[in-house]
Ligand binder design. Structure first.
Ligand code: AMP
Length: 429
């Protein structure tokens, strides 16, 4: 098989790494890829969100299968363009990707099918409508900009003044771009968060191993939100009883709802959940693997990813084929100093070869590029140092041992990834 992977972050490096292990894969391209992916695939300097350019690339190189990493190509209709050309692609249609691309679409879908979620107060198209509505909400209230806002579109407002300030920035100053044209208000949920990710061919589905990520930039969950500072996976995280509740109250009604609405869904579906006192409730859908959750999940994969993704496209996914390594995995993200605020790029990364010797460790590149033979930083999140182990402690120890050997100017990482990991509990336990 010849495979094209779209995207250029740690998630895409993880996909390329696993696909390359398949005996059926003879060639991988990645657009645009990065400095680490370049060692394992042929990188093509095309923006993954540019549907026209990607279609032209595929017509030229004729991949047997295309796998979409990030959300933008999905929301831009890339999979529809491929399917019109009978070109095999993993990822939901543009319409299905609205589950991520529009918070209002997603909330209406959840309400229409009676799937547990935060109660919505309403949706609004002008600041004055929002201010009126804010007079009759319970505080704190959650304000969500409708469209894709690079993770900045959700605000938990403690009071009217803070809410008004956010609404002004989103709707009047257009700080988040067109994604902020419409706003949704919903109740605040309390509980622990869990990402539940499935792979589906539209009929059958297989849950991937459970993971949790760490969003805040500093230890102890301090500082601003980031794209993700690390993730870990261990089966103990998700007791069977809770898994069954999530399957029966969330996953199956979601797939049935999509089918009832005539929206076939094929690919990865990431369900962000809040485990509240009255059961799991949906916070959000993402139409793709999370990053860095993907790194932790793929590290535990013990099956042929190319074969399984081929089955997904052919509509014959067999969930019993997805075997996982027992034990645990962890991914520690190394960032440029200053991220998620201003940071500098172009710093030389040292120690990458030394790390290759550590068993069970794989360094997945995110924001890197090659300058000649030298790998330099090229983004906020630079590397995801990923390790497997028989226990979470062992996986973390290997990952941090590797981190200690890597260096670049300004390098920052959290030292508490996977610390305080306790099994999540079903409501009422
Ligand atoms: P979303 O993109 O909708 O998942 O929102 C991003 C983050 O905001 C979530 O991971 C939660 O931490 C938080 N969040 C979103 N909706 C709610 C809610 N209704 N109640 C409490 N926190 C929320």
């Amino acid at each position: 098989m010849k495979i094209l992977v779209l995207g250029g972050g740690g998630r895409e490096h993880a996909l390329v790494w696993k696909l390359k292990q398949s005996p059926r894969v003879e060639k991988i391209w990645c657009a645009p890829g990065n400095g680490g992916i370049a060692a394992e695939a042929e990188c093509v300097a095309i923006d993954a969100g540019d549907v026209g350019a990607i279609v032209a690339l595929a017509e030229k190189i004729q991949p047997d299968l295309t796998i979409v990493g990030p959300e933008l190509p999905l929301v831009n209709g890339l999979t529809d363009a491929f399917r019109q050309r009978n070109s095999a692609v993993v990822g939901p249609s543009q319409q299905a990707a609205q589950l991520e691309g529009s918070k209002i679409f997603s909330k209406q879908f959840l309400e229409r099918h009676g799937i547990p979620t935060a109660k919505m107060y309403g949706t609004y198209e002008s600041p004055s409508e929002v201010y009126d509505a804010l007079n009759s909400v319970a505080w704190p209230v959650v304000i969500k900009a409708d469209g894709l806002c690079a993770g900045k579109g959700v605000f938990l407002a403690p009071d009217f003044a803070a809410a008004k300030d956010f609404v002004q920035r989103v709707m009047e100053k257009n700080e988040l771009g067109p994604g902020g044209k419409r706003i949704l208000l919903e109740e605040t949920l309390e509980g622990e968060e869990l990402s539940f990710i499935i792979l589906t061919d539209g009929k059958r589905y297989a849950p991937l191993v459970p993971t949790r990520d760490h969003k805040r930039v500093f230890d102890g969950n301090q500082g601003p939100n980031t794209g993700g500072m690390g993730a870990y996976s261990t089966d103990e995280l998700l007791p069977d009883a809770l898994r069954e509740i999530i399957r029966s109250t969330i996953v199956e009604p979601t797939l049935q709802g999509l089918a009832a609405d005539g929206i076939p869904y094929q690919g990865f579906l990431y369900i962000g959940l809040m485990l509240t006192k009255s059961g799991p409730k949906v916070l959000e859908f993402n139409c793709r693997l999370g990053d860095p959750e993907a790194q932790a999940i793929l590290a535990r994969m013990d099956f042929d990813l190319a074969e399984i993704l081929n089955d997904v496209v052919a509509g014959c996914l067999d969930p019993s084929k997805l075997h996982w390594k027992p034990g645990a995995s962890a991914c520690v993200v190394l960032t440029s100093g200053g991220y998620p605020g201003k940071f500098e790029s172009g710093k030389k990364i040292e120690g990458l070869t030394a790390v290759e010797q550590i068993t069970g460790v794989k360094v997945l590149h995110a924001g890197t590029r090659l300058v000649g033979a030298t790998v330099v930083t090229n983004g906020g999140r630079v590397l995801g140092v990923t390790a497997v182990g028989e226990t979470l402690e062992a996986a973390l120890a290997s990952a941090y041992r590797a981190v200690a050997k890597i260096h670049f100017e300004g390098m920052h990482y959290r030292k508490d990834i996977g610390a305080h990991a306790t099994p999540l509990r079903a409501a009422g336990d």
